[in-house]
Design a protein around this ligand. Structure first.
Ligand code: F6P
Length: 376
């Protein structure tokens, strides 16, 4: 009997999602004669049983299209806003999985989606995931789809900012997405030749950054490009955060729910309070160097539009491999990119972990070698 599979896209959208949906569904339909449905708007659509049948006609023409034809949301099965209240809706989701006679559910998403998928696996569902995010921070895969496209967009932006910074003899502080990981800022910073690159993984010292700009001025270069990851933090902020993280760790070890809640809230507030850090950084640099300074926040431009060729290839490769795995009866895994092939990673080994930039990563080493200041 032919298998029934469901697909959903969850978390922030990213280029390559449609290519991945197409990769899973076309291989499932053409190679294995499976029945495929999509759920609208991530786990919300699974909860509300909003489905769409995925057939050849609906899969045609989507390879090059950005975003996701299914829609997405950041809803989590165990914490959903329903009727104004946050509730655990896992049981309804499990019911809907069975009501649709699914043999497997494919969840396309980033770190949060891996955690949600693991919870559903633990409820007995056959779940497979694909690693998507422009942040490239999913643990266990060489790379995520969406990253290459965003890297191209951010690099192009850094290129363009060069000519205006140069003409006006200014510092341009360009904020690049990536959540708590610095992959995008580091990649675009190196490729675009930024003079300073600030990452969450390497807390920065404002004096070191100002010195780098002043050194350039001494050598006759009256402009600088500072590529700053949205999650970059100063040494002082990192110290404060470490204290609260320590408190959180102790609360977890002591099973002190109250203290855990408090520490988590403090971390959230600290993060929210940093919303304007790029602006502040630009001011601080202007004050310290005397050079006019302008912030530029790239924001959602980095997530929109046509996926790059590399992302289309990766998404198609992972998507079609996912259909093979379903056919073979594999589940409870993330279909990870490993060199030119794929590897089925157990969700238990992926969920709750993040792939951050190692301090000795070849990109970090080469950035230092070409004289880029990393703020330390
Ligand atoms: O994970 C992708 C990402 O764009 C991050 O780089 C960023 O921190 C976050 O999503 C923004 O989230 P939202 O789409 O909820 O504003």
């Amino acid at each position: 009997m032919s298998k029934h599979i469901g697909i959903l896209t969850a978390g922030g959208d990213s280029p390559g999602l449609n290519a991945a949906i197409r990769g899973v569904a076309k291989a499932a339909l053409n190679e294995y004669g499976m029945q495929v449905i999509g759920f609208r708007d991530g786990f919300r659509g699974l909860l509300e049983n909003r489905t769409v049948r995925l057939e050849s006609s609906s899969l045609s023409g989507i390879l090059t299209v950005g975003g996701t034809i299914l829609g997405t949301s950041r809803d989590k099965p165990h914490k959903m806003k329903v009727g104004g209240k946050t509730q655990d809706m896992t049981d309804v989701i499990v019911e809907n999985y069975h009501a649709n006679h699914l043999d497997a559910l494919v969840c396309l998403g980033g770190g949060g989606t891996q955690k949600n998928a693991l919870q559903l696996k633990q409820k007995g569902l056959n779940i497979l995931t694909l690693p998507k995010t422009i942040d490239n921070d999913v643990y266990g895969t060489d790379v995520t789809f969406g990253f290459d496209t965003a890297l191209g967009i951010a690099t192009d932006a850094v290129d363009r900012l060069h000519s205006t910074a140069h003409s006006h003899h200014r510092i341009i502080v360009v904020e690049i997405m990536g959540h708590r990981a610095g992959w995008l800022a580091l990649g675009a910073g190196i490729a675009g030749g930024a003079d300073v690159i600030l990452l969450p993984e390497i807390p920065y010292n404002i004096d070191s950054v100002a010195d780098a700009v002043l050194q350039r001025m001494k050598s006759g270069k009256n402009f600088s490009i500072v590529a700053v990851a949205e999650g970059a933090i100063s040494v002082e902020e990192a110290g404060e955060l470490d204290i609260v993280r320590q408190q959180l760790q102790e609360a977890i070890e002591n099973d002190d729910k109250q203290a855990r809640k408090k520490a988590k809230k403090t971390i959230r507030e600290m993060e929210a309070g940093r919303g304007d850090h790029t602006l502040k950084l630009a001011h601080q640099l202007e004050e310290r160097t005397g050079l006019e300074s302008r912030p530029t926040i790239l924001g959602y431009l980095q997530r929109g539009g046509t996926p790059s060729a590399a992302d289309r290839l990766l998404a198609t490769r992972l998507g079609s491999a996912c259909a093979d795995m379903i056919y073979e009866g594999v589940s409870g895994v993330m279909v990870a990119a490993r060199s030119e092939g794929v590897e089925a990673m157990m969700l238990e080994d992926v969920a709750g972990r993040k792939k951050l930039v190692p301090q000795d990563h070849p990109w970090v080493v080469s950035a230092r070698r070409v004289g880029t200041n990393l703020g330390d």
